[in-house]
Every structure is written in structure tokens, then in C-alpha cells.
Design a protein around this ligand. Structure first.
Ligand code: BGC
Length: 758
């Protein structure tokens, strides 16, 4: 964490100044119209100096950080006094990742002593829970239950708002198709539809019944745009995708978030075909405001305006501030450049006064909507934070969300569920026991010490906890001397082995790109050695991304993907392992055969030389060592039932605009345990003016099916569900022949066909 802190600060100072010509000022779309802003806002704008206006556009990291944030921004007496002074001087619009209500109370009191008494806005990265920690967003997406994400976002908002927080930098809605990129863990995976549904659900959860409620937080859809398309999966790297791909793949989750009412958007760090997102007028003004009519606030990412210099796009700080501001970034995070340069830029005519007023209006309108202008202390009520955090209901939700995020990749035998008694279990691996790596990456306020580890979860569930032997066997990325020998001995003395292996929390998240998406080598060696013992083995993966599994890991009898499950990791895993609940989650990202396939996503195009099903053929699209397919496809996940799909029916073999196609399928559970199945509907247009993905998810439904029971699932497919971004970069629907599948993953299903008529 300290390294991270240092690198962030270094970044601020490290941007070199380049002598470049300045770029012409461009027009911008209006934000909340004057007449829409409360009179109070206009009165304030009329009284503000340009320095005070620049202050309202300046957001800084808290001088006193909350939990992990204290490592990012360690408390420093001078910083604290300076921040209080900045609040009193009207030079600050708010802070982020602050320490909690007492500190927020002090700062707000200082702000209320400023000339115009404009309250501060307290923001935070509440990505997957506050003090109660829910599964990482990628894990939660595996539930294929947007409603669940809405509930956890709501619970997170209730806790965070009790600490005075009124704005979260979430949801992260970047589509992520390259498992090397570490930030995929913060989003909903590779699929557009899943991304849209989870984006909308999370926004609704955060913003709740209304922004002025004391338990609501303003959502921020980030990072706009295509941050997840970083070349080679390297975080912060350049992005060069077509406008079509932007519109068809990367924009829709942002549109969904905005349609759901998201009041703010964060501009991304990356450049887009040579123009940094933070200075991209087309993106931030033409598309976001002009086309989509977004009226909320655009905030930069952390020092991203200043980074325009390092990008080689701005010559110096002043130009960086001007370019970001004119492109449409209303608020600057952490660089301080707006405070420093906007008044001067307006004074010499480089930035129109109207643009400054417009951005300030957006900020003040949001502060008004959040109830801050009327009641600056509405979310800062003594005692409320302690009362609202880690309540029993929230922890129960954390356990439910965690078990609904666990994906069963394979289950030979079937090994799972395990019996609670009569078996000696060897729990092997670095993630078996201990208060570490439980809450996962990007959680500012959670605490591993308060989370329940796997060993504790198992012990609580076992009839005789004495039969559980625990051996780490390996560190996360380093071997332990004698570790493998001890693990092999434990495996020999056990009836069943549970291998808890995978990635540490530090291996995904920001700036944590990997060149190989594998189980770290020392753990792979451990798994291979343990597999050679030959005992029935369950692998429990901890992971922030899709992994390419091999050797002893892949050969295990059963594999559970557990991501980072948060506060209730151990109990949730025990719920699944011993069968109190069945696994119901699905992969929101394809697990490749080998790392070198990345970026791999199920909805790729066919190529002119697809390899037909079966063995590799000469001069067809495959690798020398791997097929062009996933080891475990998108949408895959087993249950404890035995699911059979039958009787696919289409209401017609033709689909017309305005007359949806009715589709139904019967899903039977021929097993002896109840199951929850995620029934997925995919289509493919055979020929179109733009080549179409081999399959694309159009709808999904999770249904509970009792043992021996069956459920008929109905879908309704509309012509507009089949639209794509056509040759002129506009959405269009093209008549033609379609394949259709209804099934349990992107690689299976009952097939049908229909014609889309003009
Ligand atoms: C991240 C953002 C985050 C911000 C504030 C940046 O480094 O990219 O996602 O919201 O920091 O912590």
C-alpha cells in the first residue's frame, strides 16, 4: 500500500513539461440549464469569485484516510491543517476516501466557516462494500443476479452515508476482455448485456430512493471510456478501438448507468486513438452530453488532467487544465490544476466564463440534490456510523452474496457436496487459513481482521473440526521451505484434500496487470505435488480475473471459483462445500486454455477461417498449442442438480419489428438436489453488413428447479435486441437469418433458427 502511495505521489510530480502548441478552444454542450438550477444555486454563482468557483471544481484525497486510504494518504498534521484551511478558504469542493464521520464533521464545520458557506462533498471508493465487504464486483457479476448487486450497493450506501459519504466512485462499468488487465475485478466482466444490467442495478442501489435521503450516495460510472481495452492488458495503456466497437461494446454499460440515473461520470486515464479521454471533447461533450443528454458531473480520474503532459498531449499544467476543462471535465481530482489555473485562463479569455459557471452549476446542483445545501451535516450524525455499520442484516447479505458468487467449474464423482463428518480433510494452500486476502482488492474501509477465513468457516460447519488439518504448503508467489513436503504428508494422511490456491488480493486491481493469467508457479508446483498423492481433491480458487488452469489444478475432481468473497468468505464457502446451498453462479469471463489467447471473449467474430468443431485443421484459426476456444466458457457453471434442456420452441420462424418472437425451453432437474440454473439466450446473425459475433447473449434468467422438477422458461426477443452499430456507425437492425441457442453457457445449448424480416 505504501508503495502504491508513493507511486501515486511520484506520478503527480513526475509529469514532464513539453513545449507544444496550444489547441483551439471548442464549443461545449450545456449542463443543467440555468432555469433548472435551484434559485439558491444561481444566487451563489452570482456571488462567487472565479477563485471560489475553481475551488468548487477541486477535489482532493483526504488528509486523513479511512483504513486502507490511510496508507494511500497517511495522516500528516500539516496536511490536515492545510486541508481544513483550504475548506475555510473555499478552495475545496470535497475530499475522497476520508477517515469517517468525525473527520468529515471537522472539515464540514470548516467549510461552513468559508465566505459562502458552501458545504463539502465527501466521496469515496465504495467499490464492493464499506465496512461490510461484499464479493468483488466481478464475483458478484458471476451471480448473474443484478438484483443482488442492487441490494449490496444499497447496503454499502447505507453504511458509507453514515460516515458522511455522499458520493461513491462506483460502479466501474468498463467491459474487460483481457484477463491480464488487473482492473477487470472491479467490473462485471466481458459481456455487454451483463455489463449493462449490473451497471444499472448498482446505480439504483447506491442512489436508492432519492439523492436527498441520508442513506443515499451519488453514483459515478467509470472510467469513460474503454479503459478496459488497454493494449496488451497493461493498465493505463493506450486504447485504439474503432468507433463502432466503442459504441457497441464499451459505451452501452455507461448508457445503462446514465439511464438508471447516475449523476456523475469519471473520465478514464487512457488515450483513445491518440486523444486522452480526459481531454477528449468528442467523448465527453459530443457523445456524453450532445448525444446522450447527460446532465450530471464529469470528474477526472486521479491527477488525470495533469497526466495529459506525460501523455504528450499538453505542453504544461496550464494547458493541461485548459484542455481537460474545455473537453468537458468539470471537476479535477487531486492535481489541484483547476484551482491553480482556471481563474487565470478565464481572465485571459482562454476559457469562457460561461464554461466555468456551467461546471460550477453542475457541482452545486448536485450538492443541492444531495441535500447538502439545506443540511450540510445530514449524513454526519454522531453515533450513526457505529450504529449502521456491520449490522446483522448486512453481514447476512454478505454471506448470501458470497455464496451466490461461487462458480462450480467441475465436479467429478461428484465430489461435492462433502459430508460433514467421518472424513479427514487436509486444507492445503496459502488461502486456507488466516486473516488475509479475504476482502480483496479495492476496498478502502474493510478489514481482513474482521472477515471470516475458510478454515474458520469449515471448522464451524464440520461435525468434528478435529479432523481438519491445515498446511499452507506455499506462499502466494514464493515457495515455503519444506512446504510441499508438509502438504504432501498432510494429503497422504487425509481422505479429502481441499486446495485453497490462486491470486493474492494485491495481484489484481489498479496497476496489477499480469503477463500470464495462471496460478502462481510455487502454488502450481504445490498443486501438482498434492495431485500426485491421488486423494479426492477440491480446488478452491481465489482470483480477481479469469485464469488459465493447468496440471494438478485442472485435474482436481472439483473446482470452485471463489474470487474474493469479502466479510463472510469462510461461511459462504462452507455453505456450498457441505451442500446447505447449491452453487448457482456462472463465469462472467471466459477462462482461456492458455494465457496467450488473451484478450479472449466468447463473442468474438468468426474469421474467414474458423476451425470447424473437432481437432485443429491446417490453415484454420487456432494456436499451435490451443484451440481458439475457452477452457471454461463464459456463462459456464455447474449446480448440484442434473440439468437437462429440452423442447426449445419458437413462436414463429420469423421475427418482425413490433412483434416479438416468443421463445420457450423446458429445463429439467434430473438430479436429487435442488438447483438454480442460469438459462441463457444467444443469437448470431449469419450475414450482415458488419460481421457479427459468433454468439451474443440476448437475455438470461436464473430459475430455481426442485430435484426431479422442471421449469419452462420464456423469453421474448425483439427486433431491437438484434441491432448493431452499422457501417455509418449508427445503430441499425438488418433483416437476415439468425441462429439462436438457449443453454447453460456460451458454448452449449439447444439450437434454433429464425428470419428477421424487414
Ligand atoms: C482510480 C479510480 C479511483 C480514484 C480515486 C484512481 O487511481 O483509477 O478508479 O476512483 O483513483 O481513488
Amino acid at each position: 500500500m505504501n508503495d502504491f502511495h508513493l507511486s501515486r505521489r511520484r506520478l503527480i510530480g513526475g509529469a514532464a513539461a513539453l513545449a507544444l502548441g496550444s489547441r483551439a478552444a471548442v464549443g461545449f454542450a450545456l449542463g443543467p440549464a440555468r432555469q433548472e438550477a435551484p434559485a439558491r444555486v444561481e444566487q451563489l454563482i452570482a456571488r462567487m469569485t472565479n477563485e471560489e468557483k475553481a475551488g468548487q471544481l477541486t477535489l482532493m484525497a483526504s488528509a486523513q484516510g479511512g483504513a486502507a486510504a490511510s496508507a494511500l494518504n497517511p495522516p500528516n498534521r500539516n496536511d490536515v491543517e492545510q486541508q481544513l484551511a483550504a475548506a475555510r478558504a473555499g478552495q475545496l469542493t470535497g475530499i475522497f476516501n476520508g477517515a469517517g464521520s468525525d473527520w468529515h464533521q471537522r472539515l464540514q464545520t470548516a467549510a461552513i466557516e468559508s465566505r459562502l458557506k458552501i458545504p463539502l462533498l465527501f466521496a469515496a471508493d465504495v467499490i464492493h462494500g464499506f465496512r461490510t465487504v461484499f464479493p468483488v464486483p466481478l464475483g458478484e457479476a458471476a451471480s448473474f443476479e443484478p438484483d443482488l448487486a442492487e441490494r449490496t450497493a444499497r447496503a454499502a450506501a447505507i453504511e458509507a452515508s453514515a460516515a458522511g459519504i455522499a458520493w461513491t466512485f462506483a460502479p466501474m462499468v468498463d467491459i474487460a476482455r483481457d484477463a491480464r488487465w488487473g482492473r477487470g475485478v472491479e467490473g462485471a466482466g466481458e459481456d455487454i448485456l451483463v455489463g449493462r444490467r449490473f451497471a444499472a442495478a448498482r446505480v439504483k442501489g447506491f442512489q436508492g430512493e432519492g439523492l436527498d435521503r441520508d442513506d443515499s450516495v451519488l453514483a459515478c460510472a467509470k472510467h469513460f471510456a474503454a479503459y478496459g481495452a488497454a493494449e496488451a492488458g497493461l493498465d493505463y495503456n493506450s486504447v485504439d478501438v474503432s468507433e463502432r466497437t466503442l459504441r457497441e461494446v464499451y459505451f452501452p454499460p455507461f448508457q445503462a448507468a446514465i439511464d438508471a440515473g447516475a449523476g456523475s461520470v469519471m473520465a478514464a486515464f487512457n488515450d483513445l486513438s491518440g486523444i486522452p479521454a480526459t481531454a477528449n471533447h468528442w467523448l465527453l461533450s459530443d457523445v456524453l452530453r450532445g448525444e446522450w443528454g447527460f446532465r450530471g458531473l464529469v470528474v477526472s480520474d486521479y491527477t488525470a488532467d495533469e497526466e495529459l503532459i506525460a501523455h504528450g498531449y499538453a505542453a504544461d499544467e496550464r494547458e493541461a487544465a485548459r484542455l481537460a476543462f474545455l473537453a468537458g471535465v468539470d471537476m479535477s481530482m487531486q492535481s489541484g490544476l483547476y484551482l491553480k489555473h482556471l481563474p487565470g485562463l478565464v481572465a485571459d479569455g482562454s476559457v469562457p466564463q460561461s464554461r466555468l459557471d456551467e461546471a460550477v452549476r453542475r457541482v452545486l446542483v448536485l450538492k443541492a440534490k444531495l441535500g447538502l445545501l439545506d443540511n450540510p451535516f445530514g449524513r454526519i450524525v454522531r453515533g450513526r456510523e457505529a450504529q449502521r455499520v456491520r449490522a446483522a442484516g448486512a453481514l447476512a447479505l454478505a454471506r448470501e452474496a458470497a455464496r451466490r458468487s461461487i462458480v462450480l467449474l467441475k465436479n467429478e464423482g461428484p465430489l461435492l457436496p462433502l459430508p460433514r463428518s467421518g472424513r479427514r480433510i487436509a486444507l492445503i494452500g496459502p488461502f486456507g487459513a488466516g486473516q488475509h486476502d479475504l476482502i480483496g482488492p479495492w476496498n478502502v474501509y474493510g478489514d481482513d481482521q474482521q472477515a471470516v477465513d475458510l478454515a474458520t468457516g469449515l471448522r464451524r460447519a464440520l461435525a468434528d473440526p478435529g479432523l481438519l488439518a491445515i498446511v499452507p504448503g506455499s506462499g502466494v508467489e514464493e515457495p515455503i521451505a519444506g512446504g510441499i513436503e508438509a502438504a504432501v504428508a498432510a494429503a497422504r494422511g487425509a481422505d479429502i484434500v481441499i486446495l485453497a490456491i490462486g491470486e493474492g488480493a494485491h495481484m489484481s486491481g489498479e496497476a496489477q496487470s499480469r503477463t500470464e493469467v495462471i496460478v502462481p508457479r510455487p502454488q502450481q508446483q504445490l498443486a501438482d505435488a498434492v495431485a500426485a498423492v491421488g486423494k479426492p481433491t477440491l480446488v478452491i480458487l481465489k482470483n480477481g480475473r479469469a485464469l488459465a488452469l493447468e496440471g494438478g489444478v485442472l485435474a482436481a475432481d472439483a473446482i470452485l471459483v471463489s474470487w474474493f468473497l469479502g466479510s463472510e468468505t469462510g461461511p459462504a464457502l462452507a455453505d456450498i462445500i457441505f451442500g446447505d446451498h447449491g452453487p448457482s453462479a456462472r463465469l462472467p469471463v471466459s477462462f482461456p486454455i492458455e494465457s496467450g489467447q488473451e484478450p479472449y471473449h466468447y463473442d468474438h467474430r468468426s474469421t474467414g477461417r474458423p476451425n470447424p468443431p473437432g481437432p485443429p485443421e491446417e490453415y484454420k484459426a487456432h494456436y499451435r498449442t490451443a484451440a481458439n476456444e475457452a477452457r471454461f466458457p463464459f456463462g459456464h457453471g455447474l449446480t448440484y442438480g442434473r440439468i437437462v434442456y429440452a423442447d426449445l420452441r419458437l413462436g414463429s420462424d420469423r421475427l418482425r419489428s413490433g412483434a416479438p418472437l416468443a421463445i420457450s425451453v423446458t429445463v429439467r432437474n434430473e438430479g436429487s438436489r435442488p438447483a438454480e440454473e442460469v438459462v441463457q439466450l444467444y443469437t448470431h446473425e449469419r450475414a450482415a453488413s458488419i460481421t457479427r459475433p459468433v454468439r451474443q447473449l440476448k437475455d438470461f434468467r436464473k430459475v430455481a428447479i426442485p430435484a426431479g422438477g422442471s421449469v419452462t422458461v420464456h423469453f421474448s426477443l425483439r427486433a431491437e435486441d438484434l441491432r448493431f452499430v452499422g457501417p455509418a456507425n449508427r445503430w441499425s437492425v438488418e433483416p437476415g437469418s439468425f441462429d439462436l441457442w438457449v443453454g447453460p453457457s456460451a458454448a452449449e445449448g439447444l439450437a434454433g433458427r429464425f428470419e428477421l424480416l424487414a
